[in-house]
Design a protein around this ligand. Structure first.
Ligand code: PY5
Length: 306
């Protein structure tokens, strides 16, 4: 249950964290946000926030693109998040949602000369996709926003109309998730997650110039693949038909974590079961986010004082 929020510069009861219907960000999608997970470690009785500094660095980059200025450093934002979670007292896996938005009231589509605000709330959170060991995906009929339309590199609230169109189309057609192509027909990412394929033992993922969100889970996967497992990783443009011949394929993101894709456009991926590379990375990811891998403990920020 969510009881508090950071709103108006302080932690307040959630009922007090309300905006007017005249808010600029609500009318025009002029905001940016983050999604951060916190993992409960039962043995240590500790809640670990996963890579909060990297998420807030990205929030501040999104802010630069949409011209929001926040009076906080990354360190301050992490401290506010720790305080909020401590106040909530969660003893289970949770999700933190920082939201920076244009908060002036009134009419006028522009970015300059408008007030900015920051809100943060958190809630207990479980799975994002039900079938984590073999999701059924389809290539969406919706194309990804191009960098020159609304940059996917920035996690802008308005851009998520694109994600919502793709996700609902996929689910209402009986799939778990959508894979979205760029205007030129190459693979971009999932509706709210990055994508990797495995071909001949090599992990391949679209480069940051293919209208993807520069995912923190993506960066984590690349690092542990190379450093922990010695798996080569290539960032290059991916053709649609490579999805159909890949040995393995998976989604990754804060919400989705690592989800194996079992089928794309009704064709089985590899054997149709989770492949060995996906399984290795996924098992290790779940261990490290909970603070159980000493080498990567610096990515896990503890909430409770010991
Ligand atoms: N691509 C898109 C379009 C995303 O929305 C997300 C994250 C990612 C990739 C993965 O980025 P990261 O690994 O940094 O999380 N989506 C959010 C999430 O929490 C919002 C989901 C509703 O996963």
């Amino acid at each position: 249950m969510t009881r508090y929020a950071y709103f108006g510069g302080a932690i307040v009861p959630i009922e007090e964290a309300k905006v007017s219907i005249m808010t600029h960000g609500l009318n025009y999608g002029t905001g940016c946000f983050e999604g951060i997970r916190a993992y409960w470690n039962d043995k240590e009785e500790q809640l670990y926030i996963f890579r909060p500094a990297e998420h807030y660095e990205r929030l501040l980059r999104s802010c630069r693109i949409i011209r929001i200025s926040l009076p906080h450093s990354v360190e301050e934002l992490v401290t506010i998040t720790v305080d909020l979670l401590r106040q909530e007292g969660f003893r289970e896996d949770s999700y933190v949602r920082p939201l920076a938005y244009k908060s002036s009231l009134g009419i006028g589509v522009r970015l300059h000369g408008i007030e900015d605000s920051l809100a943060i709330f958190a809630l207990p959170f479980g799975k994002y996709i039900e079938s984590e060991e073999g999701a059924r995906a389809c290539v969406s009929s919706w194309r990804r926003m191009d960098d020159n339309m609304a940059p996917a590199r920035a996690k802008l609230t308005g851009i998520y109309v694109n994600s919502a169109l793709a996700k609902s189309e996929a689910m209402e057609n009986g799939f778990d998730e959508a894979i979205v192509l760029n205007q030129d027909g190459h693979v971009s990412e999932g509706s709210a997650e990055n994508l990797f394929i495995v071909r001949d033992g090599i992990l391949v993922t679209p480069p940051v110039t293919d209208n993807i969100l520069e995912g923190i889970t993506r960066a984590t996967v690349i690092e542990i693949a190379r450093e922990r497992f010695g798996i080569p990783v290539t960032e290059r443009t991916i053709d649609r038909s490579e999805l159909y011949v890949a040995d393995e394929c998976f989604f990754c993101g804060t919400g989705v974590q690592i989800v194996a894709i079992g089928e794309i456009d009704r064709r089985p991926v590899g054997t149709g079961k989770m492949g060995p590379i996906t399984r290795k990375l996924r098992d290790f990811y779940f261990s490290l986010v909970r603070g159980n891998e000493p080498k990567y403990q610096h990515w896990c920020t503890p909430v409770y004082r010991k």
